[in-house]
Design a protein around this ligand. Structure first.
Ligand code: NAD
Length: 475
């Protein structure tokens, strides 16, 4: 497998022919390589995006939508093939990879439709003969950076919103998982996206971001990844007065009250923890459970997690694949060791599995002190932290303790508790009594250190549009 750069309508190698290896996390073995973009390639991609913007913005929103919908159909037709490539390079079970590919079709269709509904406004004038209009215009060529955990989902949100509004894009895809991201780009191209409108580069992330964010052709920056990198890129963009969308890390609390359906809460959140081996920014992490039901909830979650079938994502029986790379596996091991060293109790998991690949048994920790690394930094792996709470106020205080504010979950049958949670939890997305986050028609994003700007919902269009006021006296 060799994955190239896609610049101005053609697949090509980097100017110096450099490549990076792509590794199957289930075996630890190299399965291919990906081209590295040099400065000349980045300049070519930015120039192509700049040229294409002049014509793409003039294509009607209806015609742009037709192309996006066609790409959605192609992704569905190719889902099996793309899913196999994603599992081989990323590790997630085949069913999750297939689901991600199919869901990308839904995202493309949502934006194809929603972009048609950005109408602008006519504002009543004070003087006779004056017409005041508020026009919404595409912001221009965008640079976007997307990570390896959802190689298609993270990229398609940015591609769909940018292209639907008439923007063009240089996407820096994930070097760790380039094949499935490239397959997404190929589907867009086969659907009729013209040369230059969508460009895909890979390489050294810091080199690409410092060059393209500063590039005069680029008008907007969108990033999905860690908070530390997000802050760095937001500062770079700020120096060049470019707006940014930042979809960063989280440390999702789960508040389970004693009037909840405790078994249902454990089943839904236990399954959510295992999804993509916990490498999900909205993965449930701090399980805060009211004292009376703590034991029952704990036993059920530990049972779910300890019985999880961990294995190669290609095997149909696998519930959880390997961690994406050795760094992530080592990071989770270190967090567990740190917590246990500070007095936490490991209820299950945390051990390596097999002799190859980056497999780790999903883990549950109890009695974790607040100064443990796991209680302050995003684990980004299969680690659940359980703690009892006494009163509503205690749970909310702990939920809001961290600088993160992405997803939060709660389970309660009390209407007043549900209403209060909607007001009190500091987060961008709150899902109560089910897992309902991540649908194309709903805004997806965070507050505080989890970033700003939405992807999804009608809010997802806004970052790609500028507002222009035009006032005309016609008499
Ligand atoms: P990392 O911080 O090294 O990289 C995260 C992402 O940022 C990667 O896609 C990487 O290519 C990119 N990146 C890193 N430096 C960059 C730079 N200077 N310019 C542009 N892009 C850059 O971490 P990692 O080990 O790959 O991932 C683990 C951490 O990343 C997690 O702790 C998690 O917080 C975060 N992450 C978040 C998401 C998300 O969905 N929000 C996805 C993947 C990773």
């Amino acid at each position: 497998m060799h994955i190239s750069l896609f610049i101005d309508g053609g697949w090509q190698n980097g100017a110096d022919g450099r490549t990076l290896p792509v590794i199957n996390p289930a075996t630890g073995r190299t399965i291919g390589d990906v081209a590295v973009a040099e400065t000349a390639d980045l300049d070519a991609a930015a120039a192509a995006a700049g040229r294409a913007f002049r014509t793409w913005r003039e294509v009607s929103v209806h015609d742009r939508g037709t192309i996006l919908r066609r790409a959605a159909s192609l992704l569905r037709e190719r889902a099996d093939e793309i899913a196999a490539a994603m599992t081989a390079e990323q590790g997630k079970p085949l069913a999750e990879a297939r689901g991600e590919t199919i869901a990308a079709g839904g995202t493309l269709e949502w934006y194809a439709e929603e972009a048609r509904r950005d109408y602008g406004r006519i504002v009543p004038a004070r003087a006779k003969g004056v017409t005041q209009t508020v026009r919404r215009e595409p912001i221009g060529p965008v640079v976007a950076f997307t990570p390896w955990n959802f190689p298609i989902n993270q990229a398609v949100r940015k591609i769909a919103a940018a292209l639907a509004t008439g923007c063009t894009l240089v996407l820096k895809g994930p070097e760790e998982t380039p094949a499935s991201c490239a397959a997404l780009v190929q589907a867009m191209v086969d659907a009729g996206v013209p040369p230059g409108v969508l460009n895909l580069v890979f390489g050294v992330p810091a080199d690409i971001s410092s060059h393209l964010i500063a590039h005069p052709i680029i008008r907007k920056v969108s990033f999905t990844g860690s908070t530390a990198v997000g802050k760095h890129l937001a500062a770079l963009a700020g120096a060049h007065m470019k707006p940014v969308t930042m979809e960063l890390g989280g440390h999702a609390p789960v508040l389970v009250f004693d009037d909840a359906d405790v078994n249902k809460a454990a089943d839904i959140m236990g399954a959510a923890k295992l999804r993509n081996a916990g490498q999900v920014c909205i993965s449930p992490t701090r399980f805060l459970v009211q004292e009376k039901v703590y034991g029952a909830f704990r036993d059920r979650v530990v049972d779910i997690v300890s019985r999880a079938q961990v294995g190669d994502g290609m095997d149909p029986g696998t519930q959880m694949g390997p961690l994406a790379n050795a760094r992530r596996r080592d990071g989770i091991e270190q967090m567990i060791a740190d917590a246990v060293g500070r007095g936490a109790r490991l209820a299950t998991g945390g051990t390596r599995i097999g002799n190859e690949g980056f497999f780790l048994a999903p883990a549950v920790l109890e009695e974790v002190p607040l100064d443990a690394a796991a209680m302050t930094s995003e684990p980004f792996g299969p680690l659940a932290l359980l703690a009892p709470f006494a009163r509503y106020e205690d749970a909310v205080e702990e939920a809001n303790r961290l600088p993160y504010g992405l997803a939060a979950y709660a389970f309660s049958r009390s209407a007043s508790t549900v209403a209060a949670l909607g007001r009190d939890i500091e987060c961008g997305m709150l899902s109560i009594n089910h897992h309902g986050i991540g649908l194309p028609e709903l805004p997806f994003g965070g507050v505080k250190d989890s970033g700003y700007g939405s992807e999804g919902g009608s809010e997802g269009l806004q970052p790609y549009l500028t507002t222009k006021m035009v006032t005309v006296l016609t008499e």
